[in-house]
Design a protein around this ligand. Structure first.
Ligand code: ATP
Ligand code: MG
Length: 422
């Protein structure tokens, strides 16, 4: 039997990794531009963490988590999201008490879902979180970070949807009214909705089943149950977005399905990815740190799906900084071998940004030039015994940028620097 990758878990080949490197480089630059520091966390956590953070009755924990016992009998899970681990680490290292923290995190997350375009079992997130700031200005900041990322990546066409979930107290009153209403229409609901009616009724509002959606239309609206402070918080978030010129629509049906969310929730969506249209989602979670055993500390953040972002970059033909070779050095004859070797190394010493492949494994001129062409390089440099003796090298454009010419080796660094902008 041929061993293949696990279903829903993908390899990224060198030809496709430029987009990943580009996203990571731009994201790291954007997060630093707002003063966020990177946190690196284990991929595995205790299962209890996700039960408590994400919630035992959520799809993620009920059906999608990779959970197992390790050899010591510990119940552990591959992380299905990043926020829980960020909060766990923040509490453990005492960096959430009585202070502000701005952090970000990235890496693989795992969910046992039905794989399809934009939905995988191992995928990757970028996560941004701000702790210890309970004012709406930081909600605006978190949303603006995503907008800045779209701008620097050269992406367009996102729709920002926002909503507010208010405080747990107003949600409880709304929840009772919602359960009451849904019970009156129980017969018309789908099975999932009927099951969630008591466990997680807000999630019913999010249903994609048409019959249930029709019932949801007439359901009590949380907006009508919000207290003044919640409304003021939401108004301030909207005013901040207005000031920045970030367009949004208020979607009263937007809920994040997790108990820990309070006040602001938002999603950045696109209609260019079919059904998997949410690229980035987040909100405020003022109860989570305490829920996980830490001091009462507010939080707000987002999770962004990198695969979906990269799919969308492809759809929009977003230019990506290439990481492929620029120069390929062909070498022939015993005399050229070490001259080419030391030349290649000294060019790399001179230009840290230069990407240069030195031919290895021998081969005639034709086959070396073919490798040079296949490498994607812009220029082939040809060094044989004649050039060694003459102190020269041939420079050959592989992409139709003029005829081949002979260059003094002492001039080569300056020539490449000018042509490649090194
Ligand atoms: P969806 O409604 O698409 O299942 P979600 O609400 O479960 O998304 P979150 O938990 O908010 O997603 O995760 C944040 C982001 O991670 C999503 O907006 C999406 O871009 C991405 N994402 C979620 N699940 C997957 C997956 N199975 N494969 C690839 N990306 C995913
Ligand atoms: Mg999901």
């Amino acid at each position: 039997m041929k061993i293949q990758s696990v279903r829903g878990m993908n390899d990224v080949l060198p030809a496709d990794s430029a987009a990943w490197q580009h996203v990571h480089a731009v994201a790291a630059q954007v997060f630093a531009a707002y003063g966020y520091g990177e946190l690196r966390l284990p991929v595995v956590e205790r299962t209890e963490l996700f039960k408590r953070a994400v919630g035992e009755v959520t799809d993620v924990v009920e059906k999608e988590m990779y959970s197992f016992e390790d050899r010591g009998g510990e119940a552990i899970s591959l992380r299905p999201e990043l926020t829980a681990g960020v909060v766990r680490a923040g509490i453990e290292h005492g960096i959430l008490f009585n202070q502000q923290q701005r952090v970000w995190c990235t890496g693989p997350v795992f969910r046992y879902e039905r794989p399809q375009a934009g939905r995988y079992r191992q995928f990757h997130q970028l996560d941004v979180e701000a702790f210890g700031i309970n004012t709406p200005d930081v909600d605006v900041e978190i949303i603006a970070i995503a907008a800045q990322l779209w701008k620097r990546l050269g992406m367009s066409g996102f729709q920002l949807e926002i909503n507010t979930l208010g405080t747990p107290a107003c949600r409880a009153v709304h929840r009772a009214a919602l359960i009451d209403y849904l019970q009156q229409h129980e017969a018309a609901l789908d099975d999932d909705a009927r099951r969630r009616l008591h466990t997680n009724p807000l999630r019913v509002l999010d249903s994609k089943v048409p019959a249930t959606q029709a019932i949801v239309e007439g359901a009590p609206k949380l907006l009508d149950y919000l207290d003044e402070a919640s409304l003021a918080h939401f108004a301030a978030v909207k005013a901040g977005l207005d000031a920045l010129g970030i367009g949004y629509i208020v979607n009263p049906k937007l809920v994040r399905g997790l108990d820990y969310y309070t006040h602001t929730v938002f999603e950045w969506t696109t209609n260019q990815l079919g059904a998997q249209g949410t690229v980035c989602a987040g909100g405020r979670y003022d109860g989570l740190v305490q829920q996980l055993g830490g001091p009462q500390t507010t939080g707000v953040g987002f999770g962004l799906g990198i695969e979906r972002l990269i799919l969308l970059m492809g759809v929009q033909n977003v230019p990506v900084v290439s990481n492929g070779p620029q120069v390929y050095v062909c070498r022939f004859g015993d005399g050229a071998e070490h001259v080419a070797l030391t030349l290649a190394e000294s060019l790399r010493d001179s230009f840290p940004n230069l990407r240069l492949v030195l031919n290895a494994g021998g081969g005639g001129l034709k086959s070396q030039l073919k490798r040079a062409d296949n490498s994607g390089a812009r220029y082939a440099l040809v060094l044989g015994d004649d050039e060694v003796a003459a102190g020269t090298i041939q420079v050959k454009s592989l992409r139709g940028e003029g005829d081949a010419f002979t260059c003094a080796r002492t001039e080569l660094a300056a020539e490449l620097s000018r042509r490649l902008g090194l």
